[in-house]
Structure formats: C-alpha cells, structure tokens
Design a protein. Structure first.
Length: 698
C-alpha cells in the first residue's frame, strides 16, 4: 500500500511540476529559462540547466570568451538544504566579429548545473531562483539578464522529463570528457605556445582544435598550426599580446572530429620540450559546435588593432564625458536639416576632420613626449592642473553661450576672419576638436588594446591607429552626411530649438563641476578656489561680449587675463590623494605586489584616476558594491590602488607592460598566482568570479 501511495505522490508531483513551469524569458536577442532533467527533484544529486537560445545571427559566450565578450553567469537564491554547483560548459565554437575571434554558442545550448538536495526536504515543493546574466553579440553587443525560477517537488524516484530528456542527453555529449590517460606537454617560445598530446584517437581525426581556458594565453584570431605524428599531435598558436609569464600548466578543451562525430576532451599539459609547428605548415580548421568546421581568420595584428580602435571610438559616443559636446553637434545638424543636404554634409565633414586631426595631434604629442623620455598615455593632458582649469573655463563659456548670455557664433567658433565667408564650418571643426579633448577621461572597451598596441609600434602605425579611433568617434555623424535617409530621423528646425539649446547648457555646467572636483583632487583647495574666481571673470567677460567701446574692450581683456593669470601665475601646491575605490586600499607599488605574492595573498590591483569617468562608473557599479566587499573580505584580498590622476612613470610603465596606454586597468592575482586582466567595464559578477579563478585556468 505504501508503495502505491509513493508512486501516486510522485505522479501527482510530476503533474504539479509541469503545471508550475515558468515561461521562458524572451528578449530581442536571447530566450532563457531554467529547466530540469526530471519531473521531480530527488534527495542527492540532480541536474538542471540554464537553457539559452540566441536569436538567428546572435551568440553568447563560453567560459573563455576569446578576444572580447563576457561569460554567462548565474547568481543563485536557493532554499536551505539545496546547493548548486558550477556551470558545466559544453565545448564552444568560434564566432567572428570583424577581425575578432570569440568562443561561444549561436544555437540553443544547455548549461548544465548539478544541484544537491538534502533528504530532509523530501515531500516538500521547492523553488530554485537564479539571476542569469549574459552578453549577446551580433554586429553589436547587448548585455542581457533575467530572473529565472524553477519549481519542483522533492520526491524519489525522480523520473525523466520527456520534454527535455533528449536535450539533456545531447548536452552531455557536448561536455568535455576527462583525458587523464592522454600525456600532454607544452612549451612557450618567443612568439607562440606549442602543445604535444599523445593519444591514438587523434591519429585519424578529420579536425582538431584547442580552446584554452586562459583568456590571455594565445591570440585567438591567429590560426592553429597542426602536425599529426604517430600516436600524437603537435599544435602551435601565436601568443597573446597580453601574455606575461608561463603558467604552471596549460588547461583547456581539445575538440576532435572523427567519422563525422565530434567529441571534446579536457586536457592539462605540463611543461616540457615541444618543437613548434612551422608557420608554413597546413593550418587546421577549428571545429564548430555540433561538428561543423569553421576556419579561423588569421589577420595581421595591425588589422586587429584598427578594428579595436574603430569599435572603441564608436563606443566613446555613448560615454557620459562626450555627450555634452555631441549635443552641440546635434544642434548644428538640426539647424541645417531643412537645407538641400550639401551644407549638412559640409558640417559633418568638418566635424570629422576636427575629430581625426585632433586624434592624430594627440598621437604626435604622445610620441614626441615619449621620445623625450616622458612616461605618458591616453588622457595624459588631464594630469595637468593648468589644462584642467582651462578646460573648465572653455566648457563654462560654451554653457553660458547656450544659455544666451552671449552668442559666440562666428567670432569665436570661426577662429579667424579668414573663415568668415564659410560660416559654421570652423565651428564644426572646433566641435570635433572639443569632442576628442573631453573624450580623453573615458576609455571605451577595445580602446585600451588598440592604443596600447599603437604606442609600441613605429610612428606611422600609431598615427593610423589614432586616426582610426577618431573615425570611429565621428562615424555616427559621418553616416548622417553619407546617407541622406538617416537625416530624415532628425527633427525639423523650429522655435523649440531655442529652449532645447538652453537645456543643453546644463550638461556642460555639470562637466565644469566635475573638472573642478578633479582639480581639487590634483591640487589644493586654495588653487581650486582661485580657478573658481577665474570662472567668475569668464562670466563677466561673456556678459561684456557684445558691448562696444574701448572701456568694454579693456574690461573684457582684463577679465580674461585675470582668469588666465589665476591659473598660471598663482603657486600650485600639489597634494597626493589616492583615488581609492575602497577605504582599506593600499597604494600600489611593484614591491608591495611582490611581497603579497610571496605571502600567497590574493591581490586586486586598480589602476585608476580621478579624471577617468569609466573608472568612477566601475567603482560605483562594481567595486563599492556590498557583494564585492564581502567577497574581498572572504578571500582576504589585498586591494592596491595605482592612482594616475597625476603623472606617475612607474604606473605608466606598468600599464605598458600589460599593453595599455591608459586607465582603467584591473589585475587579479589569485593566491599569489599569475596576473589576470579584467575587462575595462566591470560588474560585481566579473570581479567575484575572478577571485575564484586563477589566470592559468580560465
């Protein structure tokens, strides 16, 4: 009788579980849900999965995303007595985005997770909740997240769910199998890493590819060179430009296709002597998911840097430091929206010329200063209190102009009477110059890689990379000039523009407040107060701008001269204030890093600056979050801050060592191990996951 009652209860639980199944969460890019292999959960181990189905053309990322991207993560909220393990990742396939090579999934994929249930929960119904986060990419990348739930009764025996049994079986077939009996060695020479793997299974393989767990080991876009030998294979690939030190072992997944079937095996190669495969050897195609072969592109490093520069410049348009200036350009385009298009195109081309010319000028300045022995990088001009002060004056004057205090118009924007017959063109050029200047506090994704590469190359390469960065920054407005249809999206000019123009002054005023805050961090309160007096002098000069007569001219020149004098001729007492994201942080030094690594401590290094808006966003969103603080405490993390607000040659050299020319740069040394470079845009999950994963195993 008890046996029949238990069977009846299990059947009833299965029905209730089916009725309680939550609907998938759907976005324009991805469909996501939590599913279970069985209709109930039994005491002991069970298997559930995060099911992700990208829309056609989109993909999500593997644990090592490749050249760019973010792995999928899960943050669990579970009842007492239930524990969820780590994601078991199916082997990935390659995805190409321009000159980048990434690893991920473009088809429906089950990310398997083991779940352990205590026996005390038998007879209860439990809810498993998780916040899933992913990055979906096509020709653009869009972060996604969803709050997911799975409700199940706890009852034995657990019976397979007919809706998902085959999907779980297929997912298991894509999991890498341990290859304990495959001897594997690796060696690293000047420009490549080489593996030798011994297994009879590899002899007749139709396709072989290696996907490393370490993100900064190889140049993912470079071709893998394969040599098949008796009972073994050798595989070589170009080292990553971010490679620093040889790991204790090289771990990853080797994907093998034989007789039309694809299997994946997990290997851990030990240090040894491996002869590299020559570059002219046949290039092995990389198998994609479910056995489809995709040959990875092997572009030159310059092409990759140019792609990064273009993408980084394009993303800069979304950064808060650039928006106030872009609003000026938007106003100019709207003013010419009713014309025949010729004037609008001239405005756009002038703006583009100003952006590109300014980026090239910055490159010349950086190259010239470096050749003179100065240690500088992107945003170096904001390390000068005088430059910050003059920028505050200029932005404040532009804000007053938009507010109607004075119309600068042709008089200032045209920068000379010789351009008076071409109204607005020099103004557009100047707006492009200003866009580059105010963009320097921000570092967009991809920018750090591109600019770090540029500053290690010959001058002509650096100039091309910086010009491409400028092209990316100007691209949205340039497209409006090239494609007349896009101009139809702009509103028509009208009386509303005067109010909109005045409204756009307030982002400029906020920029002035931020510049004054940066100045206060760089110098002392007295100097900042003098610059604030200079702002009053600028406002007085603006009020006198259109007044005529010798007396007005004297007062205008006197006010502007006084403002400049307050910047250049008053003494500056520089003060040292660490731009620490957390109060328990220590100042960074190479010696301190060495001491902590010798003690086996986990170290988080934050290279930042007070003028770096990207840094401040990361601090607010991730580093100051309660979750990250708790994780730092649990792992006994030593937080070191490298403050680059004022020029520091030691920090500049360390940035260059990791292929960066500016901040932010985030490094994690897990238990004193090798450094791992984190993305330039942080989330709490990225930081916490990095604390658990050494650089050689991810």
């Amino acid at each position: 009788m008890l046996r029949y009652l238990s069977l009846l209860f299990a059947a009833l639980a299965a029905v209730l579980g089916t009725l309680a199944r939550a609907e998938p969460v759907r976005t324009d890019e991805v469909e996501a849900e939590l599913i279970a292999e069985t209709t109930t959960l039994q005491p002991g181990q069970n298997w559930i999965a995060l099911r992700l189905r990208p829309q056609p053309g989109w993909h999500v990322y593997w644990r090592n995303p490749g050249d760019s991207g973010i792995p999928t993560t899960l943050a669990w909220t579970l009842p007492d007595g239930i524990r969820a393990g780590d994601i078991h990742w199916p082997y990935p396939h390659t995805e190409s985005l321009g000159e980048l090579t990434n690893y991920g999934y473009s088809e429906e994929t089950l990310h398997l997770i083991p779940v352990t249930v205590d026996a005390a929960l038998a007879g209860q119904t439990v809810t498993l909740a998780a916040k899933a986060s992913w990055l979906a990419c096509k020709d653009i990348c869009i972060p996604g997240k969803a709050d997911l739930q799975l409700r199940r009764a706890v009852a034995a025996p657990a019976r397979p769910d007919p809706d998902w049994s085959s999907a779980f079986a297929q997912a298991r077939s894509a999991l890498p199998q341990p290859a304990h009996d495959w001897p594997a060695w690796f060696s690293i020479d000047a420009d490549s890493v080489s593996l030798r793997i011994e297994s009879a299974l590899l002899a007749n393989a139709e396709g072989i590819a290696f996907f490393p767990y370490a993100q900064d080991l190889v140049l993912h876009a470079a071709p893998q060179r394969l040599a098949v030998e008796s009972g073994a294979v050798r595989l070589s690939q170009t080292l990553s430009p971010y490679f620093v030190d040889a790991p204790a072992r090289v771990e990853g997944v080797i994907v093998v296709t034989r007789a039309g079937q694809t299997q994946a095996f997990e290997i851990a190669a030990q240090p040894g002597t491996v002869t590299p495969v020559p570059p002219d050897h046949g290039v092995q195609a990389t198998p994609a998911h479910r056995g489809t072969a995709v040959a990875p592109a092997g572009p030159p490093t310059l092409a990759l840097a140019l792609a990064f520069a273009l993408l980084g410049g394009l993303i800069l348009n979304l950064m808060p430091c650039v928006f106030p200036v872009l609003s000026l350009k938007a106003l100019a385009l709207i003013e010419h929206n009713g014309s025949d298009g010729r004037e609008r195109r001239r405005q756009v081309y002038a703006y583009t010329a100003g952006v590109i010319a300014s980026c090239v000028l910055v490159a010349f300045a950086m190259l010239g200063l470096r050749s003179a022995g100065e240690a500088i990088g992107w945003g170096f001009q904001l390390q000068s209190p005088a430059f910050v002060s003059l920028m505050a004056y200029l932005i404040f004057a532009l804000g007053l102009s938009l507010s109607g205090v004075a119309q600068l118009g042709v008089g200032l924007m045209n920068l000379g009477s010789g351009l008076a017959q071409r109204p607005g063109l020099a103004g557009s050029f100047f707006t492009g110059v200003l866009a580059v200047v105010v963009a320097s506090p921000c570092t967009a994704p991809f920018m750090g890689t591109a600019l770090g590469y540029a500053m290690t190359q010959p001058a002509w390469v650096a100039l091309i990379v910086f010009a491409t960065l400028g092209l990316g920054l100007a691209l949205p407005f340039l497209l409006i000039g090239w494609v007349p249809r896009l101009a139809a999206w702009l509103p028509r000019p009208g009386p509303w523009m005067e109010q909109f123009k005045q409204l756009m002054a307030f982002p400029l005023y906020l920029t002035v407040v931020w510049l004054l805050w940066v100045l206060a961090r760089q110098t002392d309160p007295q100097h900042t107060g003098r610059v604030m007096l200079g702002l009053v002098a600028v406002a007085f000069a603006m009020w006198l701008w259109h007044r005529r007569g010798p007396l007005a001219a004297v007062f205008k020149l006197g006010a502007l001269g006084a403002a400049v004098a307050l910047v250049f001729f008053a003494p500056v007492a520089a003060i040292s204030q660490p731009a620490a994201a957390m109060p328990e942080a220590e100042p960074w030094s190479a010696e301190r890093v060495a001491e902590l690594r010798a003690d086996g401590r986990t170290i988080f290094v934050d290279f930042t600056a007070d003028w770096c808006l990207s840094c401040k966003v990361n601090e607010r969103v991730a580093l100051r979050s309660e979750r990250v603080r708790r994780a730092f405490a649990e792992h006994n993390v030593a937080v070191l801050v490298g403050d680059w607000t004022r020029s520091d040659p030691a920090i500049t050299a360390e940035l260059a060592r990791f292929g960066r020319s500016g901040v932010p740069l985030y490094l994690v040394y897990v238990r004193g191990g090798e450094p791992r470079v984190l993305p330039q845009l942080l989330t709490p999950d990225i930081v916490i996951d990095a604390l658990n994963t050494p650089a050689s195993s991810k």
